[in-house]
Design a protein around this ligand. Structure first.
Ligand SMILES: Nc1ncnc2c1ncn2[C@@H]1O[C@H](COP(=O)(O)OP(=O)(O)OP(=O)(O)O)[C@@H](O)[C@H]1O
Ligand SMILES: [Mg+2]
Length: 248
C-alpha cells in the first residue's frame, strides 16, 4: 500500500513536484509524463531517498525511509561507477541479501533470478562490460531478487529489445498475481497498456489518475504533454497514445 498525500518537492527553489496525491493498493500502476515532469523525483520520494517539502508519503502506514528494505527498486540511472569492476553476480546478490557473506541458498536464488532474465551466461562478467539493455535486465533482476512487497521501476524498458521486454512484463504479471504493488515509469505505455490497472499522468502536478480506459484521452494527454498526442483506439476500447512508440 502506497499513499502519497499532497506532496510537493523543489530543487533549489524550483518546484519539481506540486501537490501530488495518489494511492496504490495491490495494483500495477504506470507513471507517464514528458522529460523533466518529475517522474524520477516522485519515485525517489516514494523510495524515501528524498523527503517531501510538503505533504506525506506512507508505505503500509509507515514513513517511506523505513520501508526501503522491502521495496525492489530499479533506478533510471545506475550509480555504479563506470570503471568499478563489480560483477553481475555481486549486483544480483545485493538484491538477494543485505549481508556481506552469502550462503549457498543466496547464491542459488541469485542464479535463479538471473536465469529468469535469460542472462545466466553473464554471472561472472563485469557489469560494465554488458550492453545497456543487458545492464537494465540485470538491474531488473536485482529489483525482483528479494521477493519484494512492492516493485518500483524507473524506465525499465528504455534500452531492452522486444523479446526481453515481453519477458520482463510477464515476470511482473506473475508477481502481480501475488497481490503486490507495482509502480513503473514508462515513456511508451503501449507495451503494458493491457496489463496495468491505473495510469498517473504527471507534469509536476497529477494531471489525471485512473484506469487507462478512463483517462487516456486527448484532453488529458494534451494537458500532460503540452501538445496534441495522436491516439489509436484498439478493438478492446483502449486508447494507445503514440508517445515514445516505435511507430512515431
Ligand atoms: N538533483 C537535481 N538537482 C536539481 N534539479 C534536479 C535534480 N534532479 C532533477 N532535477 C530537476 O527536476 C525536474 C524533474 O526531474 P526528473 O528527473 O524528476 O524528471 P523526469 O520526469 O524523470 O524526466 P525524464 O523523463 O527525463 O527521466 C527537472 O526540471 C530536473 O532538471
Ligand atoms: Mg526520469
Amino acid at each position: 500500500m502506497i499513499e502519497v498525500k499532497n506532496v510537493s518537492y523543489s530543487y533549489n527553489g524550483r518546484k519539481a513536484i506540486e501537490n501530488v496525491s495518489f494511492s496504490v493498493k495491490k495494483e500495477f500502476v504506470a507513471i507517464m509524463g514528458p522529460n523533466g515532469s518529475g517522474k524520477s523525483t516522485l519515485i525517489k520520494l516514494v523510495m524515501g531517498l528524498l523527503k517531501p517539502d510538503e505533504g506525506e508519503i506512507k508505505i503500509f502506514g509507515e514513513d517511506a525511509e523505513k520501508t526501503r528494505n522491502f521495496i525492489g527498486y530499479m533506478p533510471q540511472k545506475e550509480t555504479i561507477a563506470k570503471h568499478f569492476p563489480i560483477k553481475v553476480a555481486d549486483i544480483i546478490l545485493m538484491g538477494v541479501t543485505n549481508k556481506k557473506f552469502y550462503t549457498k541458498e543466496d547464491i542459488k536464488k541469485a542464479k535463479e533470478i538471473l536465469e529468469k532474465v535469460e542472462l545466466s551466461h553473464t554471472w561472472n562478467k563485469k557489469f560494465n562490460s554488458l550492453s545497456q539493455g543487458q545492464q537494465q535486465r540485470v538491474l531488473f533482476a536485482r529489483a525482483l531478487a528479494k521477493e519484494p512487497k512492492i516493485i518500483i521501476l524507473d524506465e525499465p524498458f528504455s534500452a531492452v529489445d522486444l523479446p526481453s521486454r515481453e519477458k520482463m512484463i510477464s515476470l511482473l504479471n506473475e508477481r502481480k498475481k501475488d497481490g503486490i504493488e507495482i509502480l513503473i515509469v514508462v515513456h511508451n505505455i503501449n507495451p503494458v497498456l493491457h496489463d496495468i490497472d491505473k495510469v498517473l499522468l504527471l507534469n509536476k502536478r497529477a494531471i489525471a489518475y485512473g484506469s487507462p480506459k478512463e483517462i487516456l484521452n486527448h484532453e488529458n494527454l494534451m494537458e500532460t504533454y503540452g501538445s496534441f498526442v495522436q491516439i489509436v483506439t484498439c478493438e478492446e476500447g483502449y486508447c494507445h497514445p503514440l508517445i515514445g512508440d516505435e511507430h512515431v
